[in-house]
Design a binder for this molecule. Structure first.
Ligand code: SAM
Length: 205
């Protein structure tokens, strides 16, 4: 199962290798995912802090979805639900961005271009402004979508920045043991300046 699957990118990558369930709390994202398929994937609108939709051999929480959970209680609830679903003792893998410690001292990165593309044929660009709260280990990302000089939409994301120790202690406090920690998707060891923080843990029985 993939938690926080969004529009299904990771599920599509894994489909065909084993039965896949993708869960996300956003109904529009799950609708998009289901429209793209494949049909073999089971798509579920649900909350990763309180799901109970069967037993699973393995759970993945990819691409920062775990960092969207707002507080310790929500993270503990998510780990509890994962533990309950991993009845066969299979692994839970959490993939979050590695904090850039060199940037934590600057509280603000001014708005700058982040992406340009086409939406319904029109050229649209996205800018991003970043606010950092180092003590709270949080990032507030403000994204704005522009058509020329016209502001089309604005969205905010609040992300928690985990350190490796913090993730390890949290998993251990919630009934998992950590088997491995990696610094990228190819299994490189955690190192200074690595982009990702991936933790693979197994439920304690
Ligand atoms: C950065 S996106 C990652 C999407 C996808 N995993 C990918 O890599 O393309 C984070 C996703 O987490 C989902 N999410 C955040 N909190 C959630 C929750 N409590 N339960 C389920 N999904 C959640 C959001 O709706 C969003 O789709």
């Amino acid at each position: 199962m993939v938690l926080g699957c969004g529009t299904g990118r990771v599920c599509r990558g894994l489909a065909g290798t084993r039965p896949i369930t993708g869960l996300d709390r956003s109904a529009p994202m799950i609708e998009r995912a289901a429209a793209r398929g494949p049909e073999s994937v089971r798509w579920v609108v649900g909350d990763m802090t309180s799901f109970s939709i069967g037993e699973f051999a393995e759970i993945i929480i990819p691409n920062a979805s775990f960092a969207f959970l707002p507080d310790r209680a929500a993270r503990a609830a998510c780990l509890g639900a994962c533990r309950a679903a991993l009845t066969g003792g299979g692994p839970l893998t959490i993939d979050v961005p590695m904090p850039d410690f060199t940037l934590l001292g600057s509280a603000h990165t001014p708005e700058r271009e982040a992406w340009t593309g086409r939406v319904n044929g029109a050229v649209v660009r996205r800018t991003r402004e970043v606010f950092r709260a180092p003590v709270a280990q949080s990032l507030r990302l403000v994204d704005r979508y522009w058509h020329g000089e016209e502001l089309l939409a604005e969205s905010e994301l609040l992300l928690h920045l985990f350190t490796a120790d913090e993730l390890e202690w949290m998993l251990e406090a919630n009934g998992f043991y950590v088997e491995a920690i990696f610094g990228d998707h190819r299994g490189a060891p955690l190192s200074e300046g690595c982009a990702r923080l991936l933790v693979r843990a197994f439920p304690l029985r």
